[in-house]
Write a protein that binds this ligand. Structure first.
Ligand code: FAD
Length: 288
């Protein structure tokens, strides 16, 4: 993979906790593969809880012919374990990783030393040179623990200086937040592609919970509209698809270098948004 030409359209999974969840995800992966994304990524529990689940899924879907990008973080894991994981991924032909600090499960915070994502990027470069294209996370509405906009962007730049090739954002529903962030980063000397993270809308209560934890804002107008659907899931889903399609369209029209979909291990919404945008025609991997 050429790191100067980063992939554009990607889809994120998390490791399921049950066999049933895994067989559902196998079907979702098979279906979404047909859209021809540039890669699938798989999240990683910073507490180490889903480490083997991440590796298992990554190797399985890579063997099935997809490009896979495992997420990775030091979390409670020592350098030797990360070194081993990187070697395993390298041996399996993986060329891309998403390097994160991670969020530790509640209760583990005091027991485990946080290590910033920039340290992980440095470590991956030291251990594996240019083998991996490295993605990092960034936050157009600013990371919830951050003291200021300027310091968050300064620490984002540290990850780029350490060797990150591209970035994926936290999700957001206000495109201006993204465009202003991209401009601010450019002025701060950040020149890597910043790919918007896109969260389809399926359930208001879950979205509100995630957003409160991650610092992603649901604009008041959107929150009110979503709440007004009550238990009418189909109408909420249809409305959510329209809103997110328009958001993606605005982002791509405005020059965003791609889209990264948080799938929540479901295919239906992404498939519809993807088809609305006719991304299949744009992606290099599209299957006719
Ligand atoms: P960092 O870049 O290390 O930043 C964390 C905080 O520390 C920020 O507030 C930053 O401003 C500050 N900071 C950075 N460097 C310094 C420094 N040197 N001194 C002082 N402060 C500093 N979580 C998971 O557990 N598993 C996943 O698989 C996962 N995947 C994700 C994928 C994407 C695309 C995104 C956007 C998030 C993901 N997350 C995941 C959530 C992520 O781990 C959390 O948002 C976490 O709190 C921060 O991770 P980071 O890599 O951005 O951290």
């Amino acid at each position: 993979m050429d790191s100067s030409n980063p992939s554009k359209f990607s889809i994120e999974f998390f490791p399921p906790r049950s066999e049933e969840g895994e067989s559902n995800l196998d079907a979702v992966h098979a279906e979404l593969s047909g859209l021809g994304p540039d890669f699938f990524s798989v999240t990683y529990g910073a507490g180490g809880s889903t480490r083997s689940g991440t590796q298992k899924l990554v190797l399985k879907y890579q063997q099935a012919g997809s490009e896979l990008a495992p997420h990775l973080s030091f979390g409670g894991t020592d350098e030797e374990q990360i070194r081993q994981l990187l070697n395993d991924y390298k041996a399996a032909g993986i060329r891309r990783v998403v390097a994160l600090r991670g969020d530790l499960p509640s209760g583990m915070g005091a027991a485990v030393q946080h290590r910033y994502a920039s340290e992980l990027v440095e470590f991956i470069r030291q251990e594996t040179g240019d083998h991996f294209t490295i993605d990092v996370a960034c936050y157009p509405e600013i990371h919830p623990e951050s003291n200021s906009y300027a310091s968050d962007v300064k620490f984002f730049k540290q990850k780029v200086d350490a060797g990150a090739n591209s970035a994926i954002t936290q999700y957001f529903y206000n495109p201006d937040a993204y465009f202003r962030f991209v401009d601010y980063c450019a002025a701060a000397g950040i020149d890597i592609p910043i790919v918007p993270g896109i969260m389809p809308i399926t359930n208001y209560a879950n979205l509100a919970r995630f957003s409160a934890n991650s610092g992603a804002e649901i604009p008041r107008w959107l929150s009110k509209r979503l709440q007004s659907f009550g238990d009418d899931k189909d109408s909420l889903r249809g409305f959510g698809i329209d809103v997110v399609t328009e958001l993606c369209d605005d982002l791509l029209q405005g020059g965003a270098p791609g889209l990264h979909f948080y799938s929540m291990n479901q295919s239906q919404n992404i498939r519809q948004i993807w088809n609305n945008l006719t991304l299949s025609g744009q992606s290099q991997n599209a299957k006719s």
